[in-house]
Design a binder for this molecule. Structure first.
Ligand code: QAP
Ligand code: CO
Length: 171
């Protein structure tokens, strides 16, 4: 089942998501619905708050070299904590909750992540390249932050202008 993605400037996107404590069937069904939603909407990452559920859960499915996504590469990340970071990189990011807008954002180049999987088992992963960037983008959602908040004043102005124009044209 696909869920509805909420988009900027919906205030719910500012909510701080809560720790997951129940690793039960309700969570599993919700994660499955998040996956259907992410794939249907052509996303590589999705945080639970983007479908209006303020829990610390996110999905990532990074495409292979040919640009294809495989369910085997799906990461279901719950209660994540970044424990180590190194370097910095610029990458042109987008977001399913900010459709049609892409801008360069600075992120850590590599990181170590501790998290739980859908069964509550504790996991650790080392991330670099697009996975590292995507993890940071999605964890920001859990803190109520969007990538547009990391833009310089002038780029944020450019965003507000373009986005408002696009919203008007949609209606
Ligand atoms: C977050 O973003 C991300 O505007 C995931 O019209 C972004 O999946 C991680 C999307 C960049 C790392 C680097 C955006 C789809 C998808 C749009 C997404 C759109 C359709 C964004
Ligand atoms: Co996003």
């Amino acid at each position: 089942m696909t869920l509805t993605i909420i988009t900027y400037p919906d205030k719910q996107l500012k909510n701080i998501s809560k720790e997951v404590t129940a690793f039960d069937n309700t969570l599993h069904r919700f994660l499955d619905d998040m996956y259907d939603t992410m794939i249907t909407c052509n996303g590589i990452g999705l945080a639970a708050i983007q479908v209006a559920n303020p829990i610390r859960a996110l999905l990532l499915c990074i495409p292979d070299e040919e640009g294809n996504q495989h369910r085997d590469n799906l990461l279901e990340i719950i209660n994540p904590v970044i424990v180590n970071t190194d370097g910095s990189v610029l990458y042109q990011e987008g977001c399913l909750s900010v459709p049609g807008f892409y801008e360069d954002v600075e992120r850590y180049e590599t990181l170590t992540l501790r998290y739980q999987n859908r069964y509550g088992e504790r996991c650790t992963l080392e991330a670099k390249e697009l996975l590292s960037i995507a993890i940071q983008h999605e964890i920001d959602h859990l803190e109520g932050k969007l990538f547009i908040e990391k833009l310089s004043y002038s780029r944020r102005k450019k965003f507000e202008k373009e986005y408002k124009k696009a919203l008007k044209e949609k209606k």
